[in-house]
Design a protein around this ligand. Structure first.
Ligand code: CA
Length: 537
C-alpha cells in the first residue's frame, strides 16, 4: 500500500502550497545532497506513520483521503513552567486540569529536553530548528537575526496563515507572521503594553488573560480559508511571579510540600553548583517576595492586591522568622505565587480549548503545550533554570491531534525543542530544510518511533559571567547517565547515574566504578558536538 499524505495535503490546498505533486517530484530529482534526500525520505517515512495511527483516527471523521486539510497548529508556550508543576506529570503541589486535558486527549512526553536552558536561546532554537551556536542566540543578551530561516516563514510560504501573540523576547521584530502582537522584552503582568504589528498599545488587565483575549480575537476574525499556525506565548510563570486578580489568595489555606532537596548543601557536586546565585535563601529579593508595595496597578487592582497580601505580610513581620524557618517561609511565598500564575495559564488554556470545541476545529488542530525550559521549584534550594540538571533541562510537552494521536498515550523517547520546527513542517507537508538539526516528532506522535531515533541528547549553556552566576557548560544525557563539562573559568566534569541518583546529588565522575562509562560518554559527547558542528566552548 503506497500512501503519501503530502499528496493528499497538496490536493486540498492546490495553488497555495509548495508541496504540490510536481514540486515534490522536482525536489527529489533535482539533485539534493545525500543528507537532504535522506531527510526528505525521513519526512515521508514520518508521515507514513499515519498508516499505523490508532484505529479511530481516520475512520469516523468523515474525511476521505484526498480531501483532508493540512492541520492547524496552535503552539502554546509558557515561560519557566516546570513539568513537576503539572498534574499530568504527577505534580505533588498543584492541579492543572486544562493542561492535563491536552495530555489526556493526546500524548505526554516524559523525556522532552531543551538544548540550552534559558529563555531567549530556547525560543531561537524552536524557531530555527538549530542549536544556539548556529542561530546566533547563545544567551539572553543577543538579538535574534530575523532574516534567517524559521519555521513560521516556511509555513507562511506554504500557504499557512501565521500569527504570534504574547511573549517574544528576541529583541528584533517578529518576521514570518501575518499578524503579531507581542510584549516588549519581558513584558509586565499587570496592565501591559503590547506591540501590535509595530504599534504600541497599552491594555488594562492581567497579562495572561489579555494574551488569551488577543489570540481568541485573532482566531474569531479569521476567514477560515487557510490552515493557520498560532504561536500563543505566555509571560507566566516567569519571575517575579505576580498572580492575577482571580488567584491572589489561592493556596492561602494550605502548606505546599517542600522538595526533598530544599536544603541541599551541594557537598556531592563541584564548584558550579556551590558558586551559583539563584537560591531561595539568599537570592530572592523583598520585591520577589511581595514585601514591597506594588506599582502601576489600577485602584481596583491595588485594593484587591493589598487585601490579599497585606494581612499575610503583617503576619510574616510579626513572626520574625530566622534560619531554616525563614527559608521555609520564602519557599512558600515563592512557590504559591508561581503556582497562582500557572493557575491562570491553566484557566486560559481551558478557554482556548473550549473555543476550539465550539468552533468545530478540534479535530483539525494540532495543539501543543510546552514551556521554554524547566525550572527549579525550590529543588536544590534554587529557583531559576540554566543548569543542565534535570529540573531545568526537562520541559513539559503534551500534544493533541485527534486525527493522528491516540488519547492518553505516553512517550519516553528523548525529544528536544530542536525537533519542533521539523514537526510543524511535517504536519504542513513542507520538506524540512537540510540545515535544520532536529527531527520530526510526527511518527512518534502517531505511535511509531523510528528505529534509529536518538538515544542521547546534547546541551550547551553559555550565559556566564551573568546574573545567577551559572558557569558555562555543555554535556550529554542518555537514558541513564549525564556527563557535564563546566568550562570558562573552571574545568570540571560531573557525571550522574540517573538510575541510582535521580536527584543528581552525587557526582561520580571520579569514581573508578564509572571509568568506562566516562570514556563512552566522552566519545558520545565528541560525536554529538561534531554532528551539530559545535566548536564553541
Ligand atoms: Ca524561560
Amino acid at each position: 500500500m503506497v500512501y503519501w499524505p503530502h499528496l493528499r495535503y497538496a490536493s486540498a490546498d492546490a495553488g497555495s502550497s509548495s508541496t504540490s505533486r510536481s514540486d515534490w517530484k522536482g525536489a527529489i530529482v533535482k539533485g539534493q545532497s545525500r543528507r537532504e534526500f535522506l531527510k526528505t525520505l525521513g519526512v515521508l517515512a514520518g508521515s507514513a506513520g499515519t498508516l499505523s495511527i490508532w484505529p479511530g483516527c481516520a475512520a469516523g471523521d468523515g474525511t476521505a483521503r484526498g480531501t483532508a486539510r493540512r492541520p492547524n497548529i496552535i503552539f502554546i508556550m509558557t515561560d519557566d513552567h516546570a513539568s513537576h508543576a503539572m498534574s499530568c506529570y504527577g505534580s505533588r503541589i498543584n492541579q492543572t486540569p486544562n493542561l492535563d486535558r491536552i495530555a489526556k486527549e493526546g500524548m505526554r512526553f516524559d523525556n522532552a529536553f531543551c538544548t540550552n536552558s534559558i529563555c531567549a536561546p530556547c525560543r531561537a532554537v524552536i524557531l530555527t530548528g538549530k542549536y544556539s551556536h548556529l542561530n546566533g542566540v547563545t544567551d539572553n543578551r543577543q538579538e535574534f537575526d530575523g532574516a534567517q530561516q524559521t519555521f513560521p516563514k516556511l509555513l507562511q510560504q506554504a500557504g499557512y496563515e501565521t500569527a504570534m501573540v504574547g511573549k517574544w523576547h528576541l529583541k528584533t521584530d517578529p518576521m514570518g507572521f501575518d499578524y503579531w502582537n507581542i510584549l516588549p522584552g519581558q513584558g509586565v503582568y499587570y496592565n501591559p503594553e503590547m506591540i501590535e504589528m509595530g504599534q504600541r498599545k497599552k491594555y488594562t488587565g492581567y497579562v495572561t488573560d489579555i494574551i488569551t483575549d488577543r489570540c481568541l480575537d485573532w482566531l474569531k476574525a479569521r476567514s477560515g480559508q487557510k490552515p493557520f499556525c498560532l504561536m500563543f506565548h505566555h509571560k507566566a510563570p516567569h519571575r517575579r511571579w505576580e498572580p492575577g486578580p482571580d488567584h491572589l489568595t489561592m493556596y492561602d489555606d494550605r502548606t505546599i510540600p517542600e522538595p526533598d532537596t530544599l536544603f541541599d548543601d551541594y557537598s556531592g557536586r563541584g564548584r558550579a553548583a556551590k558558586e551559583s546565585d539563584m537560591s531561595i535563601e539568599k537570592t530572592l529579593t523583598a520585591h520577589d517576595l511581595k514585601l514591597t508595595p506594588m506599582k502601576n496597578l489600577t485602584d481596583e487592582q491595588k485594593a484587591r492586591w493589598d487585601a490579599a497580601y497585606g494581612p499575610k505580610n503583617e503576619a510574616f513581620e510579626k513572626a520574625n522568622l530566622q534560619g531554616r524557618d525563614l527559608v521555609r517561609w520564602k519557599y512558600q511565598r515563592y512557590i504559591k505565587d508561581y503556582l497562582r500564575c500557572i493557575a491562570s495559564v491553566d484557566d486560559n488554556v481551558g478557554r482556548l480549548l473550549d473555543y476550539l470545541d465550539r468552533s468545530g476545529v478540534t479535530n483539525d488542530t494540532v495543539v501543543i503545550y510546552t514551556s521554554d525550559q524547566g525550572f527549579y521549584l525550590g529543588d536544590h534550594g534554587w529557583f531559576d533554570k540554566r543548569f543542565m540538571y534535570e529540573e531545568s533541562l526537562r520541559m513539559p510537552l503534551v500534544v493533541r491531534y485527534p486525527r493522528e494521536i491516540r488519547p492518553g498515550s505516553v512517550n519516553k523517547d528523548i525529544v528536544l525543542n530542536l525537533d519542533f520546527a521539523e514537526t510543524f513542517l511535517d504536519y504542513a507537508g513542507v520538506p524540512a530544510p537540510a540545515d535544520m538539526q532536529g527531527r520530526s516528532l510526527r511518527p512518534i506522535l502517531a505511535g511509531r518511533t523510528p528505529e534509529d531515533w536518538r538515544r542521547s541528547m546534547y546541551c550547551h549553556y553559555y550565559e556566564y559571567p551573568a546574573e545567577h552566576s551559572v558557569k558555562r557548560h555543555y554535556g550529554v544525557r542518555t537514558r541513564r547517565y549525564k556527563l557535564i563539562h563546566f568550562y570558562h573559568d573552571i574545568d570540571e566534569w560531573e557525571l550522574y547515574d540517573l538510575e541510582k541518583d535521580p536527584q543528581e546529588m552525587r557526582n561520580v565522575h571520579g569514581d573508578p566504578a564509572y571509568a568506562s562509562t566516562v570514556v563512552e560518554l566522552k566519545t558520545e559527547l565528541s560525536r554529538l558536538r561534531a554532528a551539530y558542528q559545535d566548536t564553541t566552548g
